[in-house]
Structure formats: C-alpha cells, structure tokens
Design a protein around this ligand. Structure first.
Ligand code: NAD
Length: 413
C-alpha cells in the first residue's frame, strides 16, 4: 500500500515548484512542526493491562491554532498522521479559515473494545496529548473510528485537568455540551453543495445522475442520503463487508438507518452483492471515495468509468492514479476542498464555543454553503488561469496562503 506521506509530499513539492518557493520556506512547509508519540496503559474489563500507541502531529501553525481529527484504526502510523496533518493545513487554507493543520490517532480497532475500555483509552490518550492540545492551541475533531461520544470524553478530560469547562477544546461534540447544529452531517453536506456546483458547471442535472460511494460511514452515508434526496440515483455503496449494487438506485434511507443500527451492507438486501473493489469501476456520473487513503492507484484508475471523482476521504488517490485519471479526462475534486465541509462547520462550532453564543441550523448550512462555494469558485478560477487540474489549483491556492503567513510572521527569533 502507498505511504500517504509520500503522496502528500509529492503533491506539496509539485505546488512548491510551480510557486517557485524559497528553498528555506519550502523546507519549513514540507516538515511537521511538532510530533508527539505516546505509549500508554489501559486497564481492560478483565483486569489485565494493555499498552496502546497513539500520536498527535501538528504540521503548521502560521495561520492559527492547529485543527484536525483523531482516528482510531489498526493501520494508524506516524507517517499517516504526518500526511493527514499536512492535508489539514492545506484544507483550512484553501477554504480560508484561520487554522493550521494537525492529526492524531491511536493504533486500535475501536470495535474490539467495550464502552468502558474505549472511554478509558480515550481519557488516557487525551491526558497524554493534553500538553499540546487546547482551545487556543490545537482543537481535535472526530475522524475514522471516533465520534461525538469520544469528543465529549476528550472535552471532559481536558476540562477536569483545567478545573473548569473548556467547550472549545474539541469540535464534533454532542450539541448538549457545546456542539453545533449541523456538524454531524457537515462533510456530507459540503459534498452535496460541491456536486451541485460541479453538475451546474458541466450542464448535468443532479436529478437522475448516477452516483457510487466507497465507504458508508459518517461521510459516505450522509452524502448518499443528501444526494438521493436531491434525486440522484445511488447505484453503488460499499463498506468493509463488500459492495451493494442496484442499477435502478438503492434505497439509501433504509440502508443508512440499518447501517447505523450496526448492520453491514452485505447483510442488507436491495441490490446485488459485489466484491468491494468493483465499486470503483462502476459506470457512474459521480464517484465518491469516502473510506481510506490510497484506494485509487494507477491500476484501479485504469478500470474506472466515472466522469467525476469527489474525494470525500483524505488522500484516496495516489499521484500515479491521479495521472491516469487526468489522461482519461476524469475531473477530480480534490480532498482538501471536497471534504472541507467538516472543518468549516468545526470552525463554526469553535467560534460559537468561544462566544458562548449558538446559531440556528439554517445559519450553519447557509454559511457552510457560502464558504465552500466561494472556495470552489476560487479553485476553479486558479485552475483556469494556470491551466492546471483542480487538485493542483487547490494546492497552489493553499500553499501560497500558508507560505505568505509563514513569511510575513518571519522566522523566530
Ligand atoms: P467512518 O468510520 O464513519 O466510515 C468509514 C467507512 O468506510 C465505513 O463504512 C467503513 O466500513 C468503510 N470502509 C473502510 N475501509 C473500506 C474499504 N477498504 N472499502 C470500502 N469501505 C471501507 O469514517 P468517516 O468519518 O466517514 O471518514 C471517512 C473518510 O473521510 C476518512 O478518510 C476521513 O479522514 C475522511 N474525512 C472525514 C471527515 C468527517 O467529518 N468525518 C471529514 C473530512 C474527511
């Protein structure tokens, strides 16, 4: 499997080259500023003690406090955290919100833990990284394998250490403890707004357009239900159990409800069960990879028949896969823009927390649409001006903003 850090560095170097960045600043932006690795014990339900390893990596803080999710997954590694932290820096910059990038994670399969073990692990991990996170320093959020319950435990742990409630210490919390309305669905909703823009620009009607989505979790599940609500035909969905296909369109509402109750797609009817890998080669208008990194390689890209790829996941396409897609004329909406809805609404949540003043859900949606659509327009304009792909344009825009902030602040001391 491709190392996501190699992908992130290759993407950055290509943008740096085109921007003709100063070699020193180039080195600064290619490196993560701060990396915390920790091994810590957790008491399991049977009384035994198990040691887990986790990380928190901050890439660049020139534009504001660090921001990025926390992932619980067996494949978490330091290089993966570095790549994801770097992508968070570019993501915040491309949508122009005042954050730097970070990412954290623990090497664990959260499904293998009981509720008590998960809480113990979370509270201990939060304590270990508490020396570098906080409402003005670095604000975590959910990612794969974590959810609002985990965020509530982290917020509570930081608050216990400080001796008072720090609602702004994490985002993606339950609404009852300072979360914002509209956060859970934000990434999927951002994808909907962007697909609406793309479809409009290319003269495609979303009503009846075909869609396939890899990953039926927080991002993929919400995107699927919102797109189906706009009349799109979701013909393929996949999760770790396999791919469900129905050319006439899947009953997404029912599947999503059952999935949230704990079912796997392969157990649910309503379509043909295919091998998970087949999802990527379905003939569709819009393909949304919303699972893991490194899914679209040169090999998978050769078999793909989608017209548009909207990267719901972070880093789903390798540079080699990207080159094949470009050759085939597939339009790729890059991750740092496509899945930015989550960090945009996380930013709204943080702003509300700092002000102790909460917004209505329609205000959240309206502002999300405004911010993500503006970023899309800026990326399209840059792509046209420089005759580059949307990914290159998004990176040029993001890297130049971060480079400017780093340069204007100067090198301390
Ligand atoms: P999640 O854990 O809620 O869902 C992940 C889904 O992917 C699950 O349905 C899982 O079964 C499926 N999956 C895992 N491996 C797969 C494989 N090999 N093939 C097919 N399906 C597979 O996670 P999520 O929050 O939806 O995140 C998904 C991706 O989106 C990640 O790359 C994450 O970094 C990115 N992302 C998430 C958010 C957010 O707000 N949650 C924001 C931006 C980006």
């Amino acid at each position: 499997m491709t190392n996501p850090l190699d992908t992130a560095i290759a993407q950055f170097e290509s943008a740096a080259q085109r921007l003709n960045l100063d070699p020193g600043l180039r080195q600064v932006l290619a490196t993560c500023k701060r990396e915390l690795a920790t091994s810590f014990p957790v008491q399991m339900d049977d009384g035994s003690i198990k040691v887990f390893t986790g990380y928190r990596v901050q890439h660049n803080l020139a534009r504001g406090p660090a921001k990025g999710g926390i992932r619980y997954h067996p494949s978490v590694s330091l290089d993966e955290m570095r790549a994801l932290a770097m992508w968070m820096t570019w993501k915040s910059a491309v949508v122009n919100i005042p954050y730097g990038g970070a990412k954290g994670g623990v090497i664990v399969d959260p499904k293998s833990l009981s509720q008590t073990e998960l809480e113990n692990l979370t509270r201990r991990y939060a304590t270990e990284i508490s020396i570098i996170i906080g409402d003005n320093q670095d604000i975590p959020a959910p990612d794969m394998g974590t959810d609002e319950r985990v965020m509530a435990w982290i917020m509570d742990t930081i608050s216990m250490h400080r001796g008072y409630t720090v609602v702004g210490a994490v985002t993606g919390k339950p609404v009852s403890v300072g979360g914002t309305l509209g956060r859970k669905e934000a990434t999927g909703r951002g994808i909907l707004y962007l697909i609406q823009e793309l479809a409009g620009d290319h003269g495609i009607s979303l009503d009846g357009a075909t869609v396939a989505i890899q990953g039926f979790g927080n991002v993929g599940g919400v995107a699927a239900t919102l797109l189906a609500g706009e009349g799109a035909r979701i013909v393929g969905l996949s999760d770790t159990s396999g791919c469900l296909y129905n050319g006439k369109g899947l009953d997404v509402q029912t599947l999503w409800r059952r999935k949230r109750e704990g079912a796997s797609l392969s157990d649910l009817g309503g379509g043909d069960c295919l091998d998970g890998a087949e999802l990527l080669s379905l003939q569709v208008d819009f393909l949304v990879p919303a699972a893991l990194e490194g899914q679209i390689t040169a090999q998978t890209a050769r078999h793909m028949r989608a017209k548009f790829v909207i990267e719901g996941a972070n880093g789903p396409t390798t540079p080699e896969g990207d080159a094949v897609l470009a050759e085939k004329g597939v339009v790729v909406l890059p991750d740092i823009l496509a899945n930015a809805g989550g960090v945009i609404v996380s930013y709204f949540e943080w702003v509300q927390d700092l002000q102790f003043f909460f917004w209505e859900e329609d205000q959240v949606r309206e502002r999300l649409q405004r911010v993500i659509t503006r970023a899309y327009r800026e990326v399209c304009a840059r792509a046209q001006k420089e005759n580059v792909s949307l990914r290159e344009a998004a990176l040029l825009l993001a890297v130049s903003r971060v480079e400017e902030a780093t340069r204007v602040r100067g090198i301390y001391p």
